[in-house]
Design a protein around this ligand. Structure first.
Ligand code: SF4
Length: 370
């Protein structure tokens, strides 16, 4: 038996039996498995959490409440420095108008994402989120900030992560997403966003969020200059965090948009994105929901359902990625039709109502080894 075939059958045996694959196995798969093999293995793992033809989606909007930011990430085309022309902060009324429009379009999820704005005190956020909860109740759910912004606010207010999480919870917040992670290696941080937080701080904050009873998610962005080893390190840290806390409701990966950014670059292909989605599904054996990014891959993101993903957003706005080249298709039926043509039956997922309920992780022998 050739070495290649032996390695294939060993990794395949692990995935088929539900045994956890190692990072070396994942690297081997990335380098040697065909698209078809990755797709097949990812589909096998997906089927442990979801009915094969099922998938869910949400109609949502990202509310970019301020574009003023001091972090200066070199891959970002969105931010303005304090005092720079074009900087803005949305009033509560402006936010409400965006949320009302979302509800009118049939959506019910908003995700807040802005910058590290030194002029906004914690009270701006707590008052805004309390007002949203009071005005909309359970008609609408919102992801209040990303972990990156959460950390900045905690620092700025000189509060611990635990205390900051409590303040948000008291204001009616239920979710802080895992956004702002990009690639979670210290070296990537130093190369591209040296004023953001370290990877260790990121997980410290996320652990405090989970401990406080808030819900959270994992995210990742690929297509900068990161190495395959860095992508795997990100997945490894995500899986380990999930083992420790069980707090990650989902994993969403999207792709870097290079237009009008300081570092520029070219976009990775959809094929590479799909391979990475499949690898993520196989490797993250403890994360039930793997999400594919319509925002950055448009209709082709739906092919991710064949590569292990089970969920997607239909976004109506995100200035951060749109400024860097993302385009949004508001013809939602057309996008859903793509999913149907691929053999899936998309079902709307109401985050606020918890419907349909999240899938439970399967119990498999040996799935937590190594
Ligand atoms: S990516 Fe976020 S944190 Fe970085 S500069 Fe842009 S707005 Fe600021």
């Amino acid at each position: 038996m050739s070495t290649l075939i032996a390695a294939t059958s060993d990794v395949r045996r692990k995935v088929e039996s539900g045994e956890r694959i190692t990072s070396a196995d994942a690297l081997w798969l990335w380098k040697n498995a065909s698209d078809e093999e990755l797709r097949e293995l990812a589909t096998m793992v997906r089927a442990r959490f979801h009915e094969p033809a099922s998938c869910t989606y949400m109609l949502m909007r990202i509310v970019n409440y301020t574009n003023v930011c001091v972090a200066q990430c070199d891959y970002c085309a969105f931010y303005k420095l304090p005092g720079q022309e074009g900087g803005y902060v949305l009033s509560q009324e402006a936010v409400f108008a965006k949320l009302d429009e979302l509800l009118e379009l049939g959506g019910d999820l908003a995700a807040f994402n802005g910058g590290f704005n030194p002029h906004l005190p914690l009270s701006y956020y707590c008052e805004l989120f309390a007002a949203i909860r009071a005005r909309y109740g359970d008609k609408l759910e919102f992801y209040a900030l990303t972990i990156a912004e959460f950390m900045y606010l905690a620092d700025h207010a000189k509060l611990s992560y635990a205390e900051t999480a409590k303040r948000f919870k008291d204001a009616g917040v239920r979710w802080i997403t895992g956004g702002g992670s990009e690639i979670l290696t210290e070296d990537f941080r130093k190369r591209h966003s040296k004023f953001k937080y370290t990877v260790a701080q990121y997980f410290e904050a996320q652990a405090a969020i989970v401990a406080s009873g808030l819900k959270t998610t994992a995210t990742m962005v690929i297509g900068f200059d990161e190495t395959i080893a860095e992508r795997l390190e990100h997945l490894e840290r995500t899986r380990a965090f999930q083992d420790e806390t069980g707090g990650l409701a989902s994993f969403l990966c999207w792709t870097y948009k290079p237009y009008f950014t300081q570092i520029g670059g070219i976009e990775i292909t959809t094929g590479e994105y799909l391979r990475h989605l499949a690898l993520s599904r196989i490797y993250l054996d403890n994360v039930p929901r793997i999400r594919t990014s319509v925002l950055t891959q448009n209709e082709r993101a739906l092919e991710g359902l064949l590569y292990g993903a089970d969920d997607f957003d239909l976004p109506i706005e995100d200035e951060v990625t749109q400024k860097a080249g993302a385009t949004i298709n508001l013809q939602f039926e057309k996008v859903l039709q793509v999913a149907r043509e691929l053999g899936f039956t998309p079902e709307y997922r109401h985050v606020a109502l918890g419907h349909p309920p999240p899938p439970s992780p399967p119990v498999l022998s040996g799935s937590k080894s190594s």
